[in-house]
Design a protein around this ligand. Structure first.
Ligand SMILES: [Ca+2]
Length: 475
């Protein structure tokens, strides 16, 4: 007799009951994303000008990170890392228009396999390819490249985050009865264009403190104030979303993550690998598990959410995931922290590679103190992503054309870039003083280049590795 096949019914019943109990104890996960949002544009980052009472309250209930970096300065690639736990290079997602390949395992896939009800809703997740262009859309469909409709139990693109969250929670309760849920909800705010009447009491352009060494004039202040307005509008809706969790009795057993998908569309923001481009807000709340009102300056990468959330839910990450779990940080336990994060810029949107608006290649390694930026196509002219038609930018272009532009702005926005940029973020947080090629920093630079090269190598990057002789000058 094959004893292995003989299992008493009572044992099956006990095992079944245990699995239901275990399932019910699993935390729900709500992953909320703002679209184009840099540190420090929330009150909880010490920003006194911006009105974000709901985010600040949420921050006081969870853990705030001020050194979270996305893997790319644009939505589609950055979000692919959130899902895959890998860099945009290793999953071939560094070109904006591409869909996430079907054989790339995401952490919601793993949660689903382990009994979760999973959904994604509101603003597009951008993982099924760029569909604005009819021909690209048809090519994606012809080749059956979109996978998100099949991956998720609930899949919707469109609608505002608050009503869409309610619909998703209803679905999770009815269709996913008894199962824990994973839900991703994305905001449209504060993506450009920035509305003039986003909130009843707009921010006063004159009262705003601009970042240090940022150009300053009326047009720029007006632009900045409208950015703050959109963040404040999002804040109100975010507050109502948290109330909705409370009302449904879900707040205590739901891990809520709030993160920006890439930096704000500002000068040296979105599309670039400077701090405003890749350092995004990150707040995580899990009542009873994460100590309320805590701050962390540990490095976090966009690759890290998948292994972290899987660990918090009690599951193993996929072996291809390269992210580091920061679950220990969230739970206040000792563990191995990241020493660096990697970020990459590739093609953006669907236009030809004429300026850095649609195409650029940049790689960056950020450590606790330093940042190395590698610009393989440094001669490509800078052109902003998403604000090339805004009055303040056109004004700067005109100033440059007529030769009346400030020398600093000319060097920063209208000149060829160096191949390498090295910044001491502790002494030079604005990234103004390029230390690359300087003898006294040669050792630090070499270490960063080696780290970058190894990451590019292991992720099979298509860009030449960043090796060069330090004696050779690059301007
Ligand atoms: Ca974005």
């Amino acid at each position: 007799m094959n004893t292995k096949r003989f299992i008493p019914l009572a044992a099956i019943a006990i095992a079944y009951t245990q699995s239901i109990v275990a399932q019910q104890e699993k935390p729900n996960i709500l992953f909320i994303i703002s679209d184009d949002h840099s540190v420090p544009f929330l009150g909880c980052y010490g920003n006194k000008d911006i009105k974000t009472p709901n985010f600040d309250k949420f921050a006081s209930q969870g853990m705030v990170f001020d050194r979270a970096y996305v893997t790319a300065p644009q939505s589609a690639p950055s979000r692919s890392s959130f899902f895959s736990g890998r860099s945009t290079i290793s999953t071939t997602m560094s070109m904006f228009s591409l869909p996430l390949p079907g054989d790339v395992i995401t952490y919601p896939d793993i949660l689903k396999k382990n009994g979760y009800y999973i959904g994604v809703t509101a603003r597009s997740h951008h993982q099924d390819g760029l569909k604005r262009n009819k021909d690209i859309k048809e090519a994606i469909e012809r080749n059956d490249m979109a996978t998100f409709g099949q991956r998720f139990d609930y899949h919707r693109i469109g609608g505002q985050p608050l009503p869409e969250l309610k619909v998703f929670l209803d679905k999770a309760a009815s269709e996913g009865k008894g199962k824990p849920f994973y839900g991703q909800v994305s905001f449209y705010d504060p993506h450009r264009p920035w509305d003039k009447n986003a909130i009843p009491e707009p921010h006063d352009p004159k009262a705003i403190k601009l970042p240090d060494n940022y150009p300053d004039n009326e047009l720029i202040r007006e632009d900045f104030a409208r950015h703050y307005d959109e963040i404040a509008r999002m804040d109100t809706q975010f507050g109502l979303m948290m109330e909705e969790l409370e009302k449904r009795g879900l707040a205590d057993n739901t891990i809520v993550v709030f993160v920006g998908d890439n930096g704000s569309a500002l000068l040296r923001g979105k599309g670039t690998l400077y701090e405003l481009g890749i350092n995004v807000p990150l707040i995580v709340r899990w009542p009873g598990k994460i100590k309320p009102g805590t701050y962390s300056s540990k490095l976090v990468s966009g690759e890290d959410f998948a292994p972290t959330l899987l660990e918090l839910a009690g599951f193993k990450a996929d072996e291809k995931m390269t992210g580091h779990s920061f679950a220990h940080t969230l739970l206040g336990k000792p563990g191995k922290d990241r020493e660096w994060v990697f970020s990459a810029r590739g093609a953006h949107a669907e236009d030809l590679p004429v300026t850095t608006k649609d195409f650029d290649l940049i790689r960056a390694i950020v450590t606790d103190r330093y940042k190395l930026i590698y610009n393989p196509v440094r001669e490509l002219a800078y052109w902003p992503v998403d604000f090339s038609h805004e009055p303040f930018w056109l004004d700067m272009v005109e100033q440059n054309r007529t030769g009346f532009i400030d020398r600093e702005w000319k060097a920063r926005y209208f000149s060829e870039r160096p191949m390498f940029e090295l910044y001491d973020l502790k002494n030079d947080p604005q990234e103004l003083n390029n230390l690359a090629g300087k003898k006294e920093y040669a050792e630090i630079e070499k270490k960063l280049r080696d780290t970058m090269a190894e990451k590019m190598l292991t992720d099979r990057d298509y860009v030449p590795l960043p090796f060069y002789s330090l004696d050779k000058e690059y301007k």
